[in-house]
Write a protein that binds this ligand. Structure first.
Ligand code: T1G
Length: 699
C-alpha cells in the first residue's frame, strides 16, 4: 500500500485506513491506493470482509478541491465508488468527523455505514457551485428518499449521525472506539450472513413524488437560492434518479456536474471557499502567535449595535458586562436583547430556559469600575470621534493591563482613538455589521501600533463567535464601506440623471445583490450616509456628490424608520415616490446635471466598476491584504451573491481590460474626479493580468 492507504487484517477482517491530512481529501493518490486496497481485499483469502476507515480528525471530507482545475487522473472517484460496491466481500464504512461530498459518496459505495454519534454527513458540493459528481445524486435518494436527499444536497448542510441513522444513510451508531466498533459490526454482519447491500440496486421511493412536488420544490429554491445554477441541476439529477435507469441517470449526473464545474458560478464559489480560509493567514502575524484568553467581555453602549454585539458573545458562551450611561438606556438595551431572544423562543430556535440562561450571562451596569476585569472591551457608542475618545480615556483608566480595547467604529480613524490611551498596542477595531447578531462579517481593524498578539486574539475570537473575521487597515471606511461609497455615489448620481431608483435597484437585484443601493440606504437610514459623508474629512469638493441624500435627510425623509426616504413605505413595502424624482429633477437642473438614458449593463458597470476601482486602490495601499479578502468582505457583509465571487473575482472574470476600458469611458464622460483609473488596475489591464495573478506573484 502507499502512505495514503494502509491495509491490515484483524481476525479475518481487513482494515483499509486512509491517511491524507488534514481532512483525508480524496486526491488522486488516495484514489489510486484505495483502488489497490480493494483489489488486495478481493485476492486476500484471509479477509472475509473489510472496514474502510480514516486516520486523523475526520473521515473523507470530499474530493480534493485543489485538483479541480487540473486534468482528472485515474481512477475517477465515481469509478472507485462503483468498485467498492461491486466488491464480492462486504465492506463497512466507519465514519468519524465529517463524511462530506465525495467522502459520503465513497461511504455510500460501501455495503454498510457505521458512525460515531458526533459524526456529520453531507453533500455540500452546492456550496462550490457543483452537483455531487461521484454518484451521490443517485445513491442518496435511494437511501434517504427524494425529499431528504434534495434538502441535503440543495442546502449543502451536513446532518448529524443520529439524523443520518433515522434517514437510512447510516446503518449503525458506534459507542466508544470506532475501529473496534466497526470491526465488531463487520464481524456481526458476516456471522449473520448479511447481504451485500448495493445501494445502486435499491429502488427510489417515489411515493407522493410527482411533477407538482418538483415544481413546488423549484419554487422554494427560487426564493432560498435565487440566481444559483447548481441547485437547479441537483433537482434534475434527482428527477433522473426517478425517471431513468441507474446507468443513464449517472450519465445525466456526469453531464450536469461538468456543466456546473465549467460555470462561472462554480469558479466564483470555489474561489470563495479558499479565500475564506486564506483570510486567517496574516503575513506578519505567524500562526503560532500567542492568543490572549477571552473569558469575560464588556460592551460599552447598549444600543442596537451594542446589544447585538453582546448577544454574539453570550451565544458563544462568554459572559458579558453591558455598560450604558444611565439606567434608562440600560433598561432599554437589555429589553431589546430579551425581546430578540424571545423571538428565537417563539420560533422554536431556543427554549425559555435557554433564554433565561442567556440573560443571566449579561451583567448590566452604569459604572465603569465593573468593566475593569474584562479581557476584551468592545465600544459601541455613537459614531463621533469626541464620544469615542471620551470612552477610551475612561477605559484606559479602569481596565486591567492586557485587556484588549476594541472600537466598533465603522469608519473613524482608529489610530486617533488609540492615541488617547497609554496602551495603543492593545487597541483594535472590531467593526460588526448590522444586524450584529446576524451578519457574518467582522472587519478587524489593525491600528498602526496594534500588537500582533491582539490581532491574533481578535481573529481567534471572530471564529469563536462564528464571524468571518477579515483584517483591514485604517482609512476612512476601512475596506467595505470605502468601496461601498462609490457604489452609492453612482446610484445617487443616476437618480439626478433621471434614472428611477426602483429601476437601479431592480437591475442590481437581478444581478444578484440581496438589495439594491437605494433600498439599502433606506434600511440603514439616509442620515447615516449623510453623517458619513460629512465625517469624510478629505472628501473631494463636488456639489453633486450624493446630493439627494442631503436633500432628503434635511427634509426628514430618512428611510424606513421615518416611513419615507428615497421610497415611500406602506408598512415595510417600498413604494416609488414621484415626489422624490421631481425633487431630483429640480436639483439636477440647479446643478446642471444632464438627463440621460442608461442601459442595464451601464447601471452594473457604473456601480460595480467604481467599487472595483476603489478596491484596486485599497490593495495598492495595503488596506486589504489580498483581493480574496475584499471578496470575502462583500459576500459576508454586503449581500453580494457567492456565485459572483465578490467584486475582485468578478472583475477577473469580466477581464480587467474590459473593466479598465469602461472606467476610461466614464472618465471621458464625467472627468477625473471620480473616474481616474487606479494605477494597479491600469497596470494589470495593460499587462493582461488578473488580480489573482498579481496576488500570486507577490508571494
Ligand atoms: N479538498 C482540499 N482541501 C480541503 C478540502 C477539500 N475537500 N476541505 C478542506 N480542505 C483544506 C482547507 O483548504 C484547509 O487548508 C484545510 O483543509 C483545513 O480545512 C466528487 C466534487 C472538512 C468541515 O466541500 O467543509 O467532493 O487552509 O480550515 O474548519 O461529489 O474543510 O489549512 O491550507 O476548513 O476543520 C466536497 C469542504 C468537495 C468539504 C473541516 N467537500 N471542507 O473544516 O478545517 S467537492 C466539501 C470543509 C466533492 C464530489 C465533489 C471543511 C471541513 P489550509 P478547514 P475545518
Amino acid at each position: 500500500m502507499s502512505d495514503k492507504t494502509s491495509y491490515e487484517v484483524t481476525d479475518g477482517i481487513a482494515v483499509i485506513t486512509i491517511d491524507n491530512p488534514p481532512v483525508n481529501a480524496m486526491s488522486a493518490a488516495v484514489r489510486k491506493s484505495c483502488w489497490d486496497a480493494i483489489d488486495k481485499l478481493a485476492a486476500d483469502a484471509s479477509a472475509g470482509a473489510a472496514v474502510l476507515i480514516c486516520a486523523g480528525r475526520t473521515f473523507i471530507a470530499g474530493a480534493d478541491i485543489t485538483e479541480f482545475d487540473k486534468p482528472v487522473e485515474d481512477p475517477w472517484l465515481p469509478d472507485l465508488v462503483e468498485k467498492l460496491e461491486a466488491s464480492e466481500k462486504l465492506i463497512v464504512a466507519a465514519v468519524h468527523g465529517t463524511a462530506l461530498g465525495g467522502g459520503l459518496e465513497t461511504a455510500m459505495g460501501c455495503h454498510y455505514r457505521c458512525a460515531l454519534p458526533g459524526a456529520r454527513v453531507g453533500l455540500p458540493e452546492v456550496n462550490l457551485g457543483l452537483v455531487p459528481g461521484a454518484t451521490g445524486t443517485q445513491r442518496l435518494p435511494r437511501l434517504a428518499g427524494v425529499r431528504k436527499a434534495l434538502d441535503i444536497m440543495t442546502s449543502g448542510r451536513p446532518i448529524g449521525a443520529e439524523e443520518g441513522l433515522e434517514a437510512g444513510i447510516i446503518d449503525k451508531l458506534i459507542d466508544g472506539d470506532l475501529r473496534a466498533g466497526a470491526l465488531a459490526y463487520a464481524r456481526e454482519l458476516l456471522d449473520t450472513h448479511a447481504p451485500l447491500k448495493r445501494v445502486s440496486q435499491l429502488e427510489v421511493a417515489a411515493g407522493g413524488i410527482d411533477d407538482e412536488f418538483f415544481s413546488e420544490y423549484l419554487q422554494g429554491l427560487s426564493r432560498k437560492a435565487r440566481g444559483f445554477f447548481a441547485p437547479l441541476q441537483i433537482v434534475k439529477c434527482v428527477q433522473a434518479a426517478l425517471n431513468e435507469s441507474y446507468r443513464d441517470a449517472l450519465k445525466t449526473e456526469r453531464r450536469l456536474f461538468d456543466e456546473c464545474k465549467a460555470s462561472s458560478h462554480s469558479q466564483a464559489q470555489r474561489h470563495l471557499f479558499f479565500a475564506e480560509r486564506e483570510v486567517a493567514k496574516i503575513p506578519d502575524v505567524p500562526k503560532n502567535t500567542p492568543v490572549r484568553e477571552i473569558n469575560r467581555v464588556a460592551v460599552i453602549g447598549a444600543g442596537t449595535m451594542g446589544g447585538g454585539i453582546a448577544m454574539n458573545f453570550v451565544n458563544a458562551g462568554i459572559p458579558v458586562t453591558v455598560l450604558e450611561v444611565d439606567q434608562a438606556g440600560l433598561d432599554r438595551g437589555l429589553g431589546v436583547i430579551r425581546k430578540n431572544y424571545a423571538v428565537a423562543v417563539d420560533k422554536g430556535r431556543m427554549t425559555q430556559a435557554q433564554l433565561q440562561q442567556a440573560m443571566g450571562m449579561i451583567a448590566p451596569t452604569t459604572d465603569y469600575a465593573d468593566v475593569a476585569s474584562a479581557d476584551l472591551v468592545v465600544e459601541a457608542v455613537f459614531e463621533t470621534m469626541q464620544i469615542k475618545k471620551h470612552v477610551f480615556t475612561k477605559l484606559d483608566e479602569v481596565c486591567k493591563q492586557g485587556a484588549i480595547l476594541a472600537s466598533n467604529t465603522s469608519s473613524l480613524d482608529l489610530d486617533e482613538i488609540a492615541a488617547v490611551t497609554n496602551r495603543p498596542q492593545d487597541v483594535i477595531g472590531l467593526h460588526f455589521f448590522a444586524p450584529a447578531k446576524v451578519m457574518k462579517l467582522l472587519e478587524i481593524v489593525r491600528g498602526e501600533k496594534t500588537a500582533g498578539e491582539v490581532i491574533a486574539t481578535a481573529m481567534a475570537t471572530a471564529k469563536k463567535i462564528r464571524k468571518v473575521g477579515v483584517l483591514v487597515g485604517v482609512c476612512f471606511g476601512f475596506v467595505g464601506n470605502r468601496m461601498f461609497f462609490p457604489y452609492i455615489r453612482e446610484a445617487q448620481l443616476m437618480m439626478l440623471e433621471g434614472i428611477p431608483p426602483e429601476r437601479v435597484d431592480q437591475v442590481v437585484y437581478d444581478w444578484g445583490m440581496a438589495m439594491g443601493p437605494h433600498a439599502v440606504m433606506d434600511l440603514s437610514g439616509l442620515d447615516v450616509f449623510y453623517k458619513l459623508n460629512n465625517e469624510w474629512q478629505d472628501r473631494p469638493d463636488d456639489p453633486v456628490y450624493c446630493r439627494m441624500i442631503n436633500v432628503l435627510s434635511e427634509m426628514g425623509r430618512l428611510g424606513q424608520k421615518t416611513g419615507a426616504g428615497t421610497y415611500r413605505y406602506e408598512g415595510r413595502k417600498a413604494v416609488p415616490d414621484a415626489e422624490v424624482m421631481e425633487i431630483a429633477r429640480r436639483e439636477a437642473q440647479a446643478l446642471g446635471v444632464q438627463q440621460i438614458e442608461v442601459s442595464d449593463e451601464g447601471i452594473i458597470e457604473r456601480l460595480l466598476y467604481s467599487m472595483i476601482n476603489e478596491g484596486a486602490r485599497v490593495l495598492e495601499e495595503g488596506i486589504a491584504i489580498r483581493p480574496g479578502d475584499i471578496d470575502v468582505i462583500f459576500v459576508n457583509g454586503y449581500g453580494m451573491p457567492r456565485y459572483r465571487g465578490g467584486p475582485m473575482k468578478y472583475a477577473d472574470m469580466v477581464g480587467l481590460d474590459k473593466v479598465y476600458a469602461a472606467i476610461n469611458k466614464y472618465r471621458d464622460r464625467y472627468g477625473d474626479l471620480w473616474w481616474t483609473p487606479a494605477p494597479l488596475l491600469k497596470q494589470l489591464a495593460e499587462e493582461g493580468r488578473s488580480f489573482r495573478e498579481w496576488n500570486e506573484n507577490r508571494r
